[in-house]
Ligand binder design. Structure first.
Ligand code: UDP
Length: 240
C-alpha cells in the first residue's frame, strides 16, 4: 500500500455533516468511528494528514441557522461549531491510537493550541494528525476557503473534499436531473465559468493561484478516504 502512494501530505476537508448521522445534525459516534479508522489507515501508510472540519452540522452563518442575525456574530458561532467537531474528531482519533493535535484560529488556550503554521508542520512531520479548527478565524469566509488557505500554508500536495451523498462534481444537480453527468476532470476556470457548486469562488481561486489540485469524492463509500489519500482515481479532479 505504502509504495504506491502518490501524496506525501494531504489536506482532508470534512464538512460538519461528515460527522453527523444521516439526519445531518450533531455528531454520531459510529460515523466518527468509521472516519477515524480510515484516517488511521492513511497515517499507517505513512501519509501526513491535515484536516479542516466544517460546522454545518451545528450551525451555519447567514445562509443557515444564523439567518436574520448580524453576519459577523452568526459566522463566529459557525466557527465555534467547527471547534466542537474538531474535538470530537480528536477524541475519536486518539481512541484509535492516532496522535492528534487541534489548532484553532480563534484562541482558546484551555481547549486547543493556537494556530501556528510552523508548529502545525512540525506535528505533521512527526506523523501527528493536525485538525484545524475555527475556520480562518474571520467572518465572511467558509471552511472550504480555510482548507484551501491551510493547504497552501502547509504545502499540502492535494486538497481532498470528502462529500456525503455525491460521487463528485456534476453538470447539474443529480437529485433533480437524473441525466446529470459527473465530471472526472475539470480545470479551476471551468468550475468558475460554469458556476459549478463545488465550493465558493474564494476557495477555488485560492487553489488556482497556488496550484493546489482538488479531488471531490464520496466519503459514504467505505474505503474511499483511504483511496483518495493514496491518490487513486476517484470522483472529480480539479486542476490547472
Ligand atoms: N465560518 C466563518 N469563517 C471561516 C470559516 C467558517 O465565518 O473562516 C463560519 C460560517 O458562518 C460558516 C460556518 O462557520 O457557515 C460553518 O462552516 P461551513 O459552513 O464552511 O461548514 P461546512 O459546510 O463545511 O459544514
Amino acid at each position: 500500500l505504502a509504495e504506491n502512494k502518490k501524496y506525501h501530505r494531504v489536506m482532508l476537508k470534512l464538512s460538519g455533516e461528515a460527522l453527523a448521522s444521516d439526519k445531518g445534525f450533531g455528531i454520531d459516534s459510529d460515523v466518527v468511528n468509521r472516519l477515524c479508522e480510515e484516517i488511521k489507515a492513511v497515517t499507517k501508510a505513512g501519509i501526513e494528514v491535515a484536516v479542516v472540519v466544517g460546522g454545518g452540522n451545528f450551525w451555519r452563518g447567514l445562509r443557515g441557522s444564523g439567518a436574520g442575525m448580524d453576519r459577523a456574530s452568526a459566522d463566529y458561532m459557525g466557527m465555534l461549531a467547527t471547534v466542537m467537531n474538531a474535538l470530537a474528531l480528536q477524541d475519536g482519533l486518539e481512541k484509535h491510537g492516532v496522535d492528534t493535535r487541534v489548532q484553532t484560529a480563534i484562541e482558546m488556550r484551555q481547549v486547543a493550541e493556537p494556530y501556528i503554521r510552523r508548529r502545525a508542520v512540525r506535528h505533521l512531520e512527526k506523523g501527528r494528525v493536525v485538525i484545524f479548527a475555527a475556520g480562518t478565524g474571520n467572518p465572511y469566509f467558509t471552511t472550504d476557503t480555510t482548507a484551501a488557505l491551510r493547504s497552501a500554508e502547509i504545502e499540502a500536495d492535494v486538497m481532498l473534499m470528502a462529500k456525503r451523498g455525491t460521487d463528485g462534481v456534476y453538470d447539474a444537480d443529480p437529485k433533480f436531473h437524473p441525466e446529470a453527468k459527473m465530471f472526472t476532470h475539470l480545470t479551476y476556470s471551468e468550475v468558475l465559468q460554469k458556476e459549478l457548486k463545488v465550493m465558493d469562488n474564494t476557495a477555488i481561486t485560492l487553489c488556482m493561484n497556488n496550484n493546489i489540485p482538488i479531488v471531490v469524492f464520496n466519503m459514504d463509500v467505505p474505503g474511499n478516504i483511504e483511496k483518495a489519500c493514496l491518490g487513486e482515481k476517484l470522483g472529480t479532479l480539479i486542476e490547472r
